[in-house]
Design a protein around this ligand. Structure first.
Ligand SMILES: [Zn+2]
Length: 238
């Protein structure tokens, strides 16, 4: 390969490296949107699970309140009958009933309070998350505009570099296109061209026979590594 052809390949590789930097910039800009969207999704699913919890707790609360009303009725009837009891045996039985129901009611009241507190916590979390969703919707719109503008700028740089690459490719001798395209497709951002080091490929250490080494050094056409497929360059091009 002649020195000027090596320079063309080398310039294409530099342009590809620049394209890679622009692609990384685009990716990191898009990541800003993804991260905020993910955070919003997390808050949204928290809202949904808290809403589900509130619904379940409301049903539990209603059952406990019914139970409480029933037990309070039983207790008040027992107390009333106790004050009118005529025999010792009747009085003992009713007192026993009062002793059972009074603590049961107190336990029910505790459970009801606990449920109400849980529901208040859920409501408060939902309120906070809704606030985040409203605020971040505006931020998301602003970020999206910034990202769109940066991405458009980076993309236009990529387009220019691609055009330069196409023009450079057209300057290459016939027969270069196929092996170079193969190496570039496979190793676009990972050294599609590399030097012969002694009688081996600099990248994968694959052995290159003496005849091919001599042809490469003499600048005859284009040769690729039998191991990795990269275009091999003579040390005389260094
Ligand atoms: Zn190789």
């Amino acid at each position: 390969m002649a020195l000027e052809d090596f320079k063309i390949l080398s310039e294409i590789c530099s342009l590809d490296s620049m394209i890679q930097k622009h692609m990384v910039n685009i990716e990191s800009e898009r990541l800003r949107i993804t991260q905020l969207s993910n955070a919003r999704n997390v808050k949204q699913s928290e809202i949904e699970s808290e809403q589900k919890l509130i619904k379940e707790n409301r049903q539990k609360l209603s059952a406990l309140e019914n139970q409480l009303a029933h037990d309070e009725q039983v207790l008040s009837r027992a107390r009333e009958n106790l004050s009118n009891a005529t025999t010792e045996r009747e009085a003992t039985g009713l007192q026993h009933e009062v002793d059972i129901f009074a603590p049961k009611i107190s336990q029910l009241e505790d459970k009801i309070l606990e449920l109400i507190e849980q529901m208040e916590k859920s409501e408060s979390l939902i309120k906070t998350n809704l606030g985040f969703l409203t605020g971040s919707e505006k931020t998301l719109g602003e970020i999206q505009k910034e990202v769109d503008s940066v991405v458009a700028k980076e993309q236009s740089e990529i387009d220019i570099n691609n055009d330069r690459i196409s023009n450079l490719e057209s300057l290459l001798p016939a027969g270069f296109s196929q092996p170079f395209s193969y190496a570039r497709n496979k190793y676009r951002f990972n050294h599609p061209i590399c030097f012969l080091e002694g009688t081996s490929c600099e990248r994968c250490r694959f052995f290159v026979d003496r005849q091919t080494c001599m042809s490469i050094d003499k600048g005859e056409g284009i040769f690729t590594c039998g191991g990795c497929g990269r275009v091999l360059i003579s040390k005389y091009c260094r």
